[in-house]
Design a protein around this ligand. Structure first.
Ligand SMILES: [Zn+2]
Ligand SMILES: [Zn+2]
Length: 361
């Protein structure tokens, strides 16, 4: 049955067979073991990486390999059962799940970056190598949990798990302040999150580039960009034109597109910084004129750490910033197939599968 309760022995979960469809199947409600909790799912958002690596076909290898589990790596919910040995969280707590469960004891895990856990045996991403959030319930490890304050909704929290956390990390690496004009290439959910966070960090002017009309309009309507350019041959000149001929101080690539990446590099002024967040693809540039002679730095940034995610949650409350404002469409678990179809079309902001009270808001 749909919309399972804790009394049920089975729940519904969504699987991605890899041919652009979604399969709903019954699965047993898991029992939390030592140091584990059972969450009643409340919000589970779809990520670009789900579409890129799992939905159309199973492309990923290693950390991006999909092992036929329940999908959804951006889960947020409420603890309904806690196993023995839990130290901080208990029944009733509202929590975000850091979406990769690491071994906990390798160097990367000790830094809080379970995303790059080096243990082949114990590193398991929710929704990729262990069951994720597209189900009535989710079994999670206590060490993967981030407290969700009352000021934030579960749909806010679901986006902290991956999108906003990833952007916050990248912005911390390049540093954003009131000195900066910022270029964002790619205005999908990650690019929109970059706009929202750059605003709160005080960026002077935010310029976005995209090809999808809906996304360009959304960025302007939500006030996340001051200027939006349609992707094209003249983007570098256009950005320079908007910045006194010099270019931006900071550029954030959220597109993974080779042309847009080159634009991000070339439209950045001397001494500027560029961060690449978009995954996959290629880029071609000429090191001497494009970065060396202009003293530029290119950063790579992959997801974030548990401690920076906690810091982000604190900032979201302080700034009264609600990631759920980027959610343009909400679906019940029964309609999860439509949710993936829409996300794959790109004609949307963030797409969420919601449960209980989160479906109404
Ligand atoms: Zn993600
Ligand atoms: Zn580890």
């Amino acid at each position: 049955m749909m919309g399972g309760t804790l009394m049920d022995r089975t729940m519904t979960g969504a699987y991605l067979p890899g041919n652009s469809t979604v399969e709903l199947r019954e699965a047993p409600v898991p029992e939390p073991g030592h140091g584990e909790v059972l969450l009643r799912m409340k919000a589970s958002t779809i990520c670009g990486s789900d579409i890129r690596c799992i939905y159309h076909e199973h492309l990923g290898k290693g950390p991006e390999g999909y092992q036929g589990v329940i999908a959804g790596h951006e889960p947020c919910g409420q603890i309904v059962k806690a196993g023995p040995g839990c130290r901080r969280f208990g029944v009733g707590d509202r929590v975000i799940v850091y979406h990769i469960s690491g071994c906990g004891v390798c160097n990367d895990c000790r830094r809080g970056y379970m995303i790059s856990c080096t243990s082949e045996r114990y590193r398991r991403a929710y929704g990729w190598q262990r069951d994720g959030g597209m189900a009535d319930f989710l079994l999670a490890e206590e060490k993967d949990l981030i407290h969700l304050p009352d000021e934030l909704s579960y749909s806010d929290g679901a986006q902290v798990a991956c999108g906003f956390g990833t952007v916050y990390e990248g912005l911390r690496k390049v540093g954003i302040s009131g000195d900066d004009d910022v270029l964002i290439t790619g205005l999908g959910p990650v690019g929109l999150a970059a706009g929202a966070l750059c605003r709160k960090l005080g960026a002077r002017r935010i310029i976005g580039i995209d090809v999808v009309e809906e996304r360009m309009q959304l960025a302007l309507r939500l006030g996340l960009c001051d200027e939006v350019l349609r992707s094209g041959q003249d983007n570098v000149a256009e950005v320079r034109g908007l910045t006194g001929g010099r270019g931006v101080e900071r550029a954030i690539d959220c597109s993974a597109n080779d042309v847009a990446r080159a634009t991000a590099i070339r439209a950045t002024r001397k001494w500027g910084r560029i961060v690449f967040l978009g995954e996959g693809g290629r880029v071609e540039f000429n090191p001497s004129p494009d970065i060396i002679h202009d003293q530029k730095t290119i950063f790579g940034s992959w997801v974030t750490s548990t401690w920076l995610m906690e810091e982000l949650v604190e900032r979201l409350v302080r700034w009264n910033l609600h990631p759920a404002d980027l959610v343009t469409h909400r679906f019940a678990l029964e309609q999860v197939a439509d949710a993936y179809t829409l996300m794959a079309s790109g004609k949307c902001g963030k797409v969420a599968v919601c449960f209980d009270e989160e479906l109404q808001s």
